[in-house]
Design a protein around this ligand. Structure first.
Ligand SMILES: [Fe+2]
Length: 261
């Protein structure tokens, strides 16, 4: 695995995490730009979450500020982690209603894309949805299942995560909208995902588990929930039985070219 150039910031004795002026400026650039792009494209639950959390524009927020709102709405909180964490730690955190946030922000050179999820991706992309009880319940269940799953099963669960929590679309009475944090933290993908370029398929969890993905390209295919509540329903269905079924059926052929060596 490629090693990261980023180092997550640690809090001082009082629990406060310090960032440089240049880092606050990157946050300001990203959030100012992206708030305009998600308007009318993100689902209402996400936009409500943005409003409830009340993210600052001029500086990187402290995790405690986000936690106050998450705790009050769904009982979740964010947990400070280093840039890269193992699968095991990831599932342990989700299973205890903690969403991992690496406390570093991308450099201006990587403003539009970076491989490691930074604090802008985690907080702006994911935390607004975590104020929604249906989304929060699904994410919690997902963590508990992942913790108990085998290594092979986790690979199938990872695809389900990718095509819902990261790259999910949802139909609403206002039209097709985005709820996936991987899309909502990227201006380019927010516009592209709702354009006529990618393929849209009705959400099917087994099909999602069978769909290979690459993390470094715009997604060729998105799954569309009939409504956000579908995630809550799924949390109460036999997801591990679906994993078994997906493993028997095998993977679909990729819709993208192989990664250049
Ligand atoms: Fe993410």
């Amino acid at each position: 695995m490629k090693t990261t150039q980023y180092v997550a910031r640690k809090p001082d004795e009082s629990g406060f995490i310090h960032y440089s002026e240049a880092e606050h400026q990157v946050w300001n650039t990203l959030i100012t730009r992206q708030l305009k792009v998600v308007e009318g494209r993100a689902c209402q639950e996400y936009l409500d979450g943005i409003e409830q959390i009340g993210l600052p524009l001029e500086r990187i927020p402290q995790l405690d500020e986000v936690n106050r709102v998450l705790q009050a709405t769904t009982g979740w909180r964010v947990a400070r982690v280093p840039a890269l964490i193992p699968f095991q730690t990831f599932f342990e955190l989700l299973a205890s209603q903690q969403f991992p946030v690496a406390t570093f922000i991308r450099t201006p050179e990587e403003l539009d894309y970076l491989q490691e999820p930074d604090i802008f991706h985690e907080i702006f992309g994911h935390c607004p949805m975590l104020t929604n009880p249906w989304f929060a319940e699904f994410t919690h269940t997902y963590g508990k299942l992942g913790l108990a799953a085998t290594k092979e099963e986790r690979v199938y669960l990872a695809r389900l995560y990718w095509l819902t929590i990261e790259f999910g679309l949802v139909d609403t009475s206002q039209g097709r909208r985005i709820y996936g944090g991987g899309i909502l933290s990227s201006p380019k993908e927010t516009l592209y995902a709702l354009s006529d370029q990618p393929e849209h398929l009705p959400f099917d969890p087994i099909e999602a588990m069978r769909t290979p993905y690459r993390i470094d390209i715009l997604q060729p295919l998105y799954f569309v929930l009939p409504e956000l509540k579908r995630l809550f329903e799924l949390a109460h269905e036999d997801i591990m039985g679906m994993v078994q079924r997906a493993m028997q059926m095998g993977l679909h052929a990729p819709k993208f070219p192989p990664k250049a060596a």
